[in-house]
Design a protein around this ligand. Structure first.
Ligand code: C2E
Ligand code: MG
Ligand code: MG
Length: 729
């Protein structure tokens, strides 16, 4: 029963069959300020007790109809009766009754005959001490509750005997049942995490031998198998000879606090997506690395790693897939640099590396203990190899290549910002050199990077200033050497740099998004030209226009093509669109529906650069394609690399089985032409027949059946081999 602190007069229940005694006791108690209720019949005691809930009971041992001891036990068995003071009245010399009374749960006893003047004081005393006990229990309960809430337990230790006392919560922290097993210093030490045992033992030893208190934070393995972090603080008492005799302290389970602290630390210093360090932490690494480099007279390598065409993955497959790719890349980077020193030990003794996510698809790697360019190059090569292995994301195989720029401390710069900037410039250079390679920074690249920015600005105005024009490369049917079609490629007549090929500005236009505007302009220009040829009715060729994947992202292509057809009024069967493989990654079915709409307009579709990207048989079946173009990289090595022959043969067989037309591009020699023809590819395109030509040159090519090199002294195409061109059969 809970004692109510309210100001009420305590109520005593007096149970005795002797009327005279009840009157005497009542008088005595009332004069001491108690209220009194009486029960004469033993059978009524329990019910009266439940009804009036007295603060104390005086119970006669012998009553008619009831045994006092049994009654006492029955009261104790009720919830309200657990703590109420029960005073039993026994005979003066009845030691046996006294013993039985205590055994039945009585609080105290008084003897008959009663010493009436004293009885008031006696009851008063019993009542007060029971109240004190009750309060103590309550405050203990509160303490236990408070300790539980704070995950805090208290302990004491006798340093002589080694005896230990633990509060309940300490048992909970250690995953033990209270009172289960003897508690000793060893129980604590056994629980301490193996990695921290020695350190904790040393701290305790030091504290007990010379200090007044200690403060230890460590991990423990609780008996329920959970790992916890605890904080224990204690005060040590010493005797006159300064020997530690007693320690009192507390233990707190601070696991959650530590976890929160760790989360905050992770948020502040680590990238949430990949778990890699962020820029802030990277700065920290750099400062340490500089100290190390100065001490050891070594260099620091900063590698700027950028994923080629990553935007395409985000745009076509969605950000969820993009994120998964980034996570995989981060894992590979991290694993790659960690394994590094074991694998390349013979050359790079102990290169220490850290990797951080810089932004989006950009990562930075810091290499410590670098002796020369070769050390850094080895790591860069390793990163490149590991990142280019295929990624399987949600069942789709994705190929990604990195472009890596490298700068070195202290030769290129001393501040991290500068080194990152230089590595970034070198990375751009790597991109310009065709991506998927690594390049070192050199001063001359500075101007190249500036150039890039300037060019980008100029391209924005190129359409408006009428600086773009279209060149036409004939597609030849062998062995008849008849023109079977024409591919339109864009050129830029740059005011200072002369004529620039598509290869030198289309990637930049794709990055900036300008390509959609350019593509629209090319499409309208080509359609107008087709119309001119149609109207003259002397020649009509199927003309191909390249369209970037960016057009699908913007979802405007179908509408643009419709407008171009409408405004030019051409017969759509003379138009063909060329898309690259990246376009075929179709997240939500938009691409396939857009391509179907274009096909329905009567336009044919070709897949460019086949074999270099993401194509799978599944894609080829799903999309309404008419033509496959074998990429020039296979054609180039046809005569030297047997693999290229097998790939080309396989592509041709594949195209046949899917009933697709096939064109080989980049044909530069007679031998290539012949080999391709043997393999079954009749339609061919390349400098061997003709490079892309201006409109005038194309018309001359058609008129004369041939064109001589001297006629194209300011040739705008690249890589023209200058061979005689057989065009008539
Ligand atoms: P592509 O569609 O595969 O075009 C073929 C490229 O190979 C052209 O480069 C062409 O000049 C070049 N080429 C032709 N014959 C030979 C040869 O025998 N040997 C070698 N080594 N190269 C040859 P170009 O014009 O610089 O275009 C590069 C790429 O830019 C094109 O590759 C195409 O993907 C893209 N492109 C060109 N024009 C446009 C355009 O109007 N819009 C879009 N979105 N992309 C375009
Ligand atoms: Mg093309
Ligand atoms: Mg191509």
């Amino acid at each position: 029963m809970k004692y109510s602190p309210k100001n009420h007069t305590p109520l005593v229940l007096v149970a005795d069959d002797d009327h005279f005694i009840r009157v005497l006791v009542k008088d005595a108690l009332e004069s001491e300020g108690f209220r009194v209720s009486e029960v004469a019949d033993g059978r009524d005691v329990l019910s009266t007790f439940s009804r009036i809930k007295p603060d104390i009971i005086i119970l006669d041992v012998v009553m008619p109809g009831q045994d006092g001891f049994r009654l006492c036990r029955e009261i104790r068995a009720t919830e309200a009766g657990q703590t109420v003071p029960i005073v039993m009245m026994t005979g003066l010399d009845d030691i046996d009754s006294v013993r039985k009374a205590y055994a039945a749960g009585a609080t105290d006893f008084i003897t008959k005959p009663l010493n009436i003047p004293l009885i008031g004081y006696r009851i008063q005393y019993i009542f007060r001490s029971s109240r004190t006990l009750e309060k103590l229990k309550q405050s203990e309960t509160r303490l236990v509750d408070a300790q539980k809430i704070a995950n805090l337990g208290s302990w004491e230790m006798d340093l002589d005997s080694g005896d230990v006392y633990w509060s309940q919560e300490v048992y909970a922290i250690f995953g033990m049942e209270p009172g289960n097993g003897a508690i000793s210093h060893d129980v604590f030490m056994n629980a301490v995490h193996p990695e921290e045992k020695d350190a904790v033992a040393a701290l305790l030893e030091k504290a007990f031998s010379a200090e007044d208190n200690f403060n230890i934070e460590c991990r423990i393995l609780a008996q329920n198998g959970r790992s916890r972090t605890i904080l224990t603080k204690a005060r040590i008492t010493r005797d006159e000879s300064n020997k530690a005799t007693w320690a009192v302290g507390f233990i707190q389970d601070i696991t959650e606090r530590k976890e929160v602290e760790e989360k905050i630390r992770l948020l502040a210093y680590y990238d949430t997506l990949t778990g890699l360090p962020n820029r802030i932490l990277f700065h920290d690494y750099f400062s340490h690395a500089v100290a190390f480099a100065t001490r050891t007279k070594t260099q620091i390598g900063i590698l700027f790693v950028d994923l080629d065409r990553f935007k395409l993955i985000n745009d076509t497959l969605g950000h969820t897939v993009g994120d998964k790719v980034l996570k995989d890349v981060a894992k590979r980077l991290d694993a790659g640099i960690r394994k590094y020193d074991y694998i390349a030990r013979e050359r790079v003794a102990d290169i220490d590396a850290e990797v951080a996510r810089f932004a989006g698809d950009e990562f930075i790697v810091l290499l410590k203990n670098v002796r020369d360019h070769f050390d850094a190059a080895k790591v860069a090569q390793r990163i490149q190899d590991s990142l280019t292995m295929p990624y399987i994301i949600d069942g789709t195989e994705i190929i990604i290549t990195p472009s890596i720029g490298i700068s070195l401390y202290p030769v290129d710069g001393e501040k991290l910002e500068d080194l990152i900037k230089y590595a970034d410039i070198a990375m751009y250079h790597a991109k310009e050199l065709g991506r998927n390679n690594f390049q070192f920074y050199s001063r001359s690249l500075d101007t190249t990077a500036k150039d890039h920015l300037i060019l980008e600005g100029q391209l924005r105005n190129a359409i408006r200033r009428d600086e773009l024009f279209v060149c036409y490369q004939p597609i030849i049917k062998v062995p008849s050497f008849k023109i079977s079609g024409i591919e339109a490629v864009v050129r830029w007549r740059h005011p200072e740099r002369g004529i620039l090929s598509a290869a030198s500005f289309v990637p930049m236009a794709e990055e900036t998004g300008l390509i959609t505007e350019i593509d629209e302009w090319v499409l309208f220009t080509v359609c107008k030209q087709i119309k001119v040829w149609q109207d003259r009715a002397d020649q009509s060729w199927m003309v191909t226009v390249n369209v970037s994947g960016r057009n699908f992202k913007k979802r405007t292509l179908v509408e643009t093509v419709g407008r171009a057809l409408h405004s030019s009024g051409i017969d759509p069967r003379w138009l063909k669109l060329e898309i690259t493989e990246g376009v075929l990654i179709d997240k939500d079915g938009y691409v396939v529906s857009a391509l179907n709409s274009i096909k329905e307009m009567g336009i044919r579709l070709a897949l460019d650069d086949f074999g270099t990207g993401y194509s799978s048989l599944g894609y080829l079946r799903k999309f309404p394609l008419d033509i496959l173009k074998i990429d020039k990289s296979f054609v180039k090595d046809l005569l030297v690399d047997p693999d290229c022959v097998s790939i080309t043969t396989a592509i041709i067989a594949l195209a046949r089985s899917l009933k697709l037309d096939i064109i080989a591009e980049g044909v530069e020699t007679k031998e290539q032409m012949e080999l391709l023809l043997e393999t079954g590819c009749e339609k061919q395109q390349g400098n061997y027949f003709s490079p892309p030509l201006s409109l005038n040159d194309l018309e001359e090519f058609v008129r004369n059946g041939t064109i001589r090199i001297s006629d194209r002294s300011n040739d705008e195409s690249q890589g023209f081999s200058g061979l005689a061109v057989p065009v008539t059969s």
